[in-house]
Design a protein around this ligand. Structure first.
Ligand code: 13P
Length: 241
């Protein structure tokens, strides 16, 4: 399974280093075999040789150039970062990224072979307008996206569940993930108000291959507890096979 933490605009470089060393120790001491990612702020990325994969929350589709405030692959190469988050709802709705721009970014990072966690999710008013409206809204977030890219990980994060403490019902998560499963072979993560106390239940659901966690992962002990849940669920699934 995949367990990923998106720090957003939280934790300093010093705090991230502390977090990472505690996380590595936990993974080592507990023989964790799950895929673990963290996405720190751009000022807190490291060249890192451990088990934890460090990804970037955002990067511009360029090697370098005149794009004030942005970073490109030259800067990512310096820290050997090979994973990028694209399409996050905060980039879409707060920072104003259009689907066309997001698709360009996806294409660029795909051509450069990066692992891409590609995020989609509907706002509350779309969810309230019914299933077919919701599915066509989600389809519109897949325009220009190669769903068969071998390094794609898909993340379903309903906007109304992000940072609100509210999650969809288990049935809704399963039905949405099952619909997405028909469109690709990529791993599918759920994100939106995942916490240490609901991670186990969510990770156990059919067609949920992992979680993308925001605020609930800022405490490293909580994140470790979710990784532990993923490890146990994976073991149970293997035993029951
Ligand atoms: P929260 O876990 O804080 O709801 O955020 C989820 C998210 O946006 C992860 O990318």
């Amino acid at each position: 399974m995949i367990v990923a933490a998106n720090f957003k605009t939280n934790l300093t470089r010093y705090q991230t280093r502390e977090y990472l060393s505690r996380l590595e120790a936990f993974i080592h001491d507990n023989n964790i075999s799950q895929e673990v990612f963290i996405f720190p702020t751009a000022t807190s990325i490291y060249s890192h040789a451990g088990k934890v994969n460090i990804g970037i929350q955002n990067a511009y589709p360029t090697k370098n150039g005149a794009f004030t405030g942005e970073i490109g692959t030259d800067q990512l190469d310096e820290f050997e970062i090979r994973t990028v988050l694209i399409g996050h709802s905060e980039r879409r709705h707060v920072l104003g990224e259009t689907q066309e721009f997001i698709a360009n970014k996806y294409q660029f990072y795909k051509e450069h072979g990066y692992k891409i966690i590609y995020c989609i999710g509907e706002p509350l008013e779309v969810r309230k307008s019914g299933t077919s409206e919701m599915m066509s809204y989600l389809d519109s977030q897949l325009v220009g996206i190669d769903m068969h890219y071998e390094n794609l990980i898909l993340a379903y994060e309903p906007v109304w569940a992000i940072g609100t403490g509210v999650t969809p019902t288990n049935e809704d998560i399963v039905s949405l993930h099952s619909a997405l499963r028909r469109t690709c072979t990529a791993s599918i993560l759920y994100g939106g108000s995942v916490k240490a106390d609901n991670a186990k239940e969510i990770l156990s659901l059919k067609n949920v291959d992992g979680i993308l966690v925001g605020s609930g992962a800022l405490d490293v002990d909580d994140f470790c507890s979710m990784i532990n849940d993923a490890e146990n669920i994976k073991l149970n699934k293997e035993i029951n096979r």
